[in-house]
Design a protein around this ligand. Structure first.
Ligand SMILES: Cc1cc2nc3c(=O)[nH]c(=O)nc-3n(C[C@H](O)[C@H](O)[C@H](O)COP(=O)(O)O)c2cc1C
Length: 326
């Protein structure tokens, strides 16, 4: 059984399921596994230290899959910005046809991406940003609700409201993101008006995810009560899994109040990803994780996960919902 939506048509994929860019998780192994299983996998551009490294990662991914995959480009305000022109060139020269942008407005990069036939999916956390993305010519958006792992923005609107609001306003297709884990999520996302779903946290707890086993076990062990919001006083809110480093960070936030500066929490937020994802040092500090961890109870292969999602979605619609209409 396949599910055809505007997103599957646009991206040339079998199932309307995308793997969002994830720092130190979105390597070629992750992206290829998702694409091979019929979804669209995403390499995280900025996890590669240089554009040359990204070019190699794209080439590696191409060796592992013949299916479409994409690259995430996260635009963050920074004193010394990464070599964005170099990363974009690596994407274009690497023949990648799907880019997930996130963070700042991607307008500056749209002409070159579109000239090269690349579909741009911008990830945003509010209807107004989604409309802006539509207005500047993005092909689709990924709408991240308050429950999402990573940066939910500052509006705190959960997906039960955000997704139907997006559906009311948008003309371009959109993916539901944040809190998505299984067939129930997919049917709910489609019901609320989305054309597919984007998952982050759920994909980390899979056999192929190229991260330390401790990370996968931490997600399985976590409940929906185990995430925390950090950096809210800096208006750079991030949803992370709690650990000793995160609790220390929150203590500093409470003590310093509106005097808090980034430098005060640098040990708990900077350079943490390699420690967590590669070394499995689970108390190192803040790493993104969604409330959906409460719905993750096992570590299947990506193919098993995808097959299960589609089978469950089919069962819900054909076996359950359809029979309710008498
Ligand atoms: C460990 C981790 C790292 C992430 N890193 C990024 C990133 O570098 N860029 C980005 O745009 N989104 C990033 N995200 C957000 C995901 O792409 C996705 O939007 C989010 O995980 C969806 O919510 P969910 O975790 O509830 O599925 C990250 C998420 C996680 C869990």
């Amino acid at each position: 059984m396949a599910i055809k939506t505007r997103i599957t048509e646009m991206l040339g994929i079998e199932h309307p399921i995308m793997q969002g860019g994830m720092h130190y998780v979105g390597f070629a192994e992750m992206a290829a596994a998702v694409s091979n299983a019929g979804g669209v996998g995403i390499i995280t551009g900025l996890t590669q230290r240089t554009p040359e490294d990204l070019a190699k990662e794209i080439a590696r991914c191409r060796e592992m899959t013949s299916k479409p995959f994409g690259v995430n480009l996260t635009f963050l305000p920074s004193v010394t910005p990464p070599d964005y022109p170099g990363y974009v060139e690596a994407i274009v020269k690497g023949g990648v046809k799907i880019v997930e942008t996130a963070g700042n407005n991607p307008a500056k990069w749209l002409p070159i991406l579109k000239e090269n036939g690349i579909k741009v999916i911008h990830k945003c956390t509010s209807v107004r940003h989604a409309l802006k993305a539509e207005a500047i010519g993005c092909d689709a958006v990924s709408v991240d609700g308050f429950e999402c792992g990573g940066h939910p923005g500052e509006d705190d609107v959960p997906n039960f409201i955000l997704l139907p609001r997006a559906a009311e306003e948008l003309k371009i297709p959109f993916l539901a993101s944040g809190g998505m884990a299984d067939g129930r999520s997919l049917v709910a996302a489609l019901s609320l008006g989305a054309d597919g779903m984007n998952m982050g946290t759920r994909f980390i707890a899979t056999k192929e995810a190229p991260v330390h086993e401790n990370v996968k076990q931490a997600i399985v062990a976590a409940s929906e009560l185990d995430t925390r919001l950090v950096m809210r006083p800096l208006r750079n809110t991030e949803r992370v899994l709690t650990n000793a480093g995160v609790e220390r960070l929150l203590q500093k936030e409470r003590e310093l109040g509106d005097q808090l500066k980034f430098e005060d929490i640098i040990t708990e937020v900077a350079g943490v990803y390699p420690k967590i994802m590669t070394e499995g040092a689970m108390d190192a500090g803040a790493w993104s994780c969604g409330m959906v961890a409460g719905l993750v109870h096992d570590i299947p292969t990506v193919q098993e996960l995808m097959d299960r999602i589609i089978a469950e979605a089919t069962q819900i619609v054909r076996g359950r919902l359809d029979k309710m209409f008498v």
